[in-house]
Design a protein around this ligand. Structure first.
Ligand SMILES: CC(C)(COP(=O)(O)OP(=O)(O)OC[C@H]1O[C@@H](n2cnc3c(N)ncnc32)[C@H](O)[C@@H]1OP(=O)(O)O)[C@@H](O)C(=O)NCCC(=O)NCCS
Length: 116
């Protein structure tokens, strides 16, 4: 189930985002979190499976261009290859796909090009 990030989820969200290669640098990760908390156009969602938060997907919503860019996507290594990454992309498409085009950035392109 896709859940919109709240401040109370900051630690788990940082843990999940840190699996993105560039986010291993804690300063970069802190800036990324700040952007998701302060910039209304940037939205972070977590994926809840049973009672655990096991994935994160972060997007940039441009309502003028009618474009959603997937900026970050990561899944806890213990839960990979179980379809969670694809499920998060599907959930974003369900939420925004009627009104926005959904595109990857250079960091998410490899996985998104695999998604159906
Ligand atoms: C990418 C990621 C989110 C996929 O999550 P997941 O829940 O394991 O994905 P799914 O189970 O829906 O899909 C698994 C498929 O994606 C493929 N895949 C995993 N990482 C990939 C990548 N970086 N590029 C392309 N395909 C990838 C797997 O090989 C698998 O392929 P198969 O179905 O042909 O065996 C996860 O591997 C991850 O967190 N990686 C580290 C963070 C990262 O690098 N994110 C950016 C990816 S471009």
């Amino acid at each position: 189930m896709l859940i919109r990030f709240k401040k109370s989820m900051e630690k788990i969200a940082m843990g999940l985002l840190s699996f993105m290669p560039l986010e291993k640098d804690v300063k970069v990760l802190q800036e990324t979190m700040k952007d998701y908390m302060e910039d209304d156009q940037q939205q972070l969602f977590l994926w809840k499976e049973n009672e655990d938060m096991v994935g994160a997907i972060g997007i940039l919503v441009d309502d003028t261009k009618k474009l959603v860019t997937v900026q970050h996507i990561s899944v806890n290594p213990s839960h990979r290859d179980a379809g969670i990454g694809q499920a998060m992309v599907n959930a974003i498409c369900t939420r925004f796909g009627d009104t926005h085009a959904i595109e990857p950035n250079e960091l998410t392109e490899a996985f998104l090009s695999k998604c159906k």
